[in-house]
Design a protein around this ligand. Structure first.
Ligand SMILES: [Zn+2]
Length: 70
């Protein structure tokens, strides 16, 4: 059965995602919800890589408009 492997893979993916998020967004405190879609979360800043990427795109777009950097 590969179910356990799958679960372990998922968990390590989520763990890596949290490390990634923490590293890339050191300034952002965990608010208990996803920064992008407001989904309730435990400690992560984003519920998945898509939200993180979309959030970063939004941030970059705002910086280009001269409204970022807060
Ligand atoms: Zn999200």
């Amino acid at each position: 059965m590969d179910t356990l492997d799958y679960v372990e893979e998922q968990q390590s993916f989520l763990h890596q995602l949290r490390i990634d998020s923490a590293r890339k967004h050191k300034r952002l405190p965990a608010t208990g919800s996803c920064y992008y879609c407001r989904e309730p979360l435990d400690k992560a800043l984003f519920c998945d890589a898509d939200c993180r990427d979309d959030y970063e795109k939004t941030q970059k777009a705002q910086q280009r408009n001269g409204r970022g950097g807060v």
